[in-house]
Write a protein that binds this ligand. Structure first.
Ligand SMILES: Cc1cc2nc3c(=O)[nH]c(=O)nc-3n(C[C@H](O)[C@H](O)[C@H](O)COP(=O)(O)OP(=O)(O)OC[C@H]3O[C@@H](n4cnc5c(N)ncnc54)[C@H](O)[C@@H]3O)c2cc1C
Length: 488
């Protein structure tokens, strides 16, 4: 099934998660100032499926049409269709709004594909069926998932099991015939307050205590599930003129609290074997390969938009004629080209497994990790090439309604290639990328949403390319072996 935007809005209106905002429980998430922007954006995601035929496709695994983001690719052609479908979605968002429903659809689909060879093999047939059933439910009802991974930042020098309270990180407190009880919190859960379902999938590298080792899916309305939202970055009423990004694509982030939540057994897919996480992340399931592929696509769309923004602002002022400015725009375009190559390269070199065809993980992980620095660098370039001109922009749309002031604006705010109104709109857009709260939050997301860049870049060496190490060092060794060995 593919929903329309209004179906999602009705669903979240009927069953909102329990969210605290400024000391109060949110009663009306759909119209709340902090959430109405992302709620409308999620609705627009569903509606986009009805405007873009390429996003809807017959899904053989559920026997009906679903979003392309839920279709398990069984050939390179199908993987290409999935990749191009995601590009369509992220071109629509201009590379923002990365926690749109398609993101976790991909995870749920990948878990389904590996239900047998991973979850069934390691945890037994019940867990295999759970992975399959959770996918079918999600695809048939077109549900919107959020997810949480990271433990609160209480004390990063020790594993959470050694913290003053070992249940700051979410852990199992009790096993019952009907399920397990969990308690604790997760540091950040984007979209929690307006999502319908939660995937909880902790980082087991930080602590291998089995009490923390479980993956599960539950409705966000389950008793004991709570979100504490950060301040919304929504513009003031009518602020679409001043904040074109914040008013379209501000995502809400929240702390997730699970206060003695009962998770039924049939919602769990991974249980108490933390040592199996590496196989899920890097090998059999290659979850890292998949979610980094999705990130690469988000950022490919973003970089195209940032390149367009750099060209628009510099061409208007004529600064595009300067070689140093051209070099910087060229740098963003190099990033675009490398992401384009990575997308199509990852499909051309896809791994054709019996149960799924997946993008080449070397390429997708490397590209996504590269973008942790490339996207903030593209923002920095925008700051450098627009310099002080990005700052003195009239306060709002109302400045153009005062005839005396407008006359000054038309004369002094115009640029050679843009009249005053176009120039102010363009620079408002620019500021919402490089300077506003929403813009800064996105930059933090671009750097950290897949983990810390230092650790991720180091992992390119210690993990991603580990099995190709010999291939590379052999190139050196062959020459060393051919070099003469002088005798003393
Ligand atoms: C806007 C935004 C939205 C996000 N949304 C979500 C979401 O929806 N769901 C979700 O689960 N996560 C989300 N993430 C969280 C993201 O997964 C984490 O921020 C990321 O994994 C980094 O983890 P951390 O913050 O715990 O940083 P840490 O890994 O603790 O790193 C903090 C600092 O300490 C250093 N450090 C930490 N450990 C070590 C070590 N062992 N050795 C050396 N240095 C170390 C790092 O280099 C870094 O500078 C989001 C993040 C952002 C910014």
């Amino acid at each position: 099934m593919i929903r329309k935007g209004r179906d999602y809005i009705e669903s979240i209106e009927r069953n909102p998660p329990e969210t605290y905002y400024e000391g109060e429980l949110v009663r009306d998430v759909v119209h709340h100032p902090a959430f109405k922007v992302p709620v409308n954006t999620v609705a627009s995601y569903y509606d986009l499926h009805w405007k873009e035929e390429a996003l809807r496709t017959y899904n053989r695994d559920v026997g009906e049409e679903t979003s392309i983001s839920l279709v398990r690719p069984k050939s390179k052609e199908e993987l290409l269709r999935l990749g191009e479908g995601l590009v369509k979605i992220y071109d629509f968002y201009r590379g923002f709004f990365g926690r749109s429903p398609d993101y976790l659809n991909l995870w749920t689909m990948v878990f389904f594909a590996h239900a047998e060879d991973y979850f069934g093999k390691h945890f037994g047939s019940k867990f295999m069926e759970n992975a399959m059933e959770i996918y079918r439910e999600s695809a048939k009802r077109d549900l919107f998932y959020t997810h949480a991974i990271v433990a609160p930042m209480y004390d990063r020098t020790k594993p959470p099991s050694q913290w003053d309270d070992p249940y700051i990180q979410i852990g199992i407190t009790e096993e019952r015939p009907e399920g397990v009880v969990v308690r604790g919190a997760a540091m950040i859960c984007t979209a929690g307050p307006y999502s319908e379902m939660l995937w909880y999938l902790p980082n087991m590298r930080r602590d291998s205590d089995p009490r923390y080792a479980l993956y599960f899916s539950i409705p966000t309305t389950t008793e004991g599930v709570k979100f504490i939202s950060r301040r919304g970055f929504q513009p003031r009423e009518g602020g679409e003129f001043e904040y074109p990004i914040s008013s379209r694509w501000d995502e809400a982030d929240a702390i997730l609290v699970l206060d003695n939540v009962l998770v039924p057994w049939d919602r769990i897919i991974f249980y108490k074997k933390p040592e199996l996480i590496e196989d899920l992340m890097w090998h059999t399931v290659s979850l890292r390969g998949w979610f980094n592929w999705h990130f690469m696509i988000q950022h490919y769309s973003r970089l195209k938009f940032l390149a367009g923004l750099a060209m628009t602002v510099t061409e208007a002022a004529g600064t595009n004629a300067f070689i140093n400015v051209q070099e910087k725009i060229g740098e963003i375009l190099l990033y675009v080209a490398m992401n384009e190559a990575a997308l199509y390269g990852s499909i051309a070199r896809a791994q054709e497994l019996p149960n799924i065809v997946r993008p080449d993980p070397y390429i997708s992980i490397s590209a996504s990790h590269f973008n942790m620095k490339a996207v903030p660098r593209a923002n920095e370039i925008l700051r450098l090439i627009t310099a002080g001109a990005s700052i003195p922009i009239p306060a709002g749309a109302k400045d153009f309604t005062n005839p005396q002031e407008r006359a000054y604006l038309e004369k002094y705010m115009a640029m050679k290639g843009l009249d005053a109104l176009e120039r102010v709109k363009t620079f408002n857009l620019l500021w919402d990328v490089i300077g506003s709260e929403a813009g800064m939050r996105y930059e933090q997301y671009d750097r950290f949403s897949r983990g810390d860049p230092t650790i991720r870049w180091a992992q390119t060496y210690t993990e991603v390319f580990k099995d190709r190490k010999e291939q590379f060092t052999k190139l050196v060794k062959e020459i060393l072996d051919q070099m003469p060995n002088p005798k003393a």
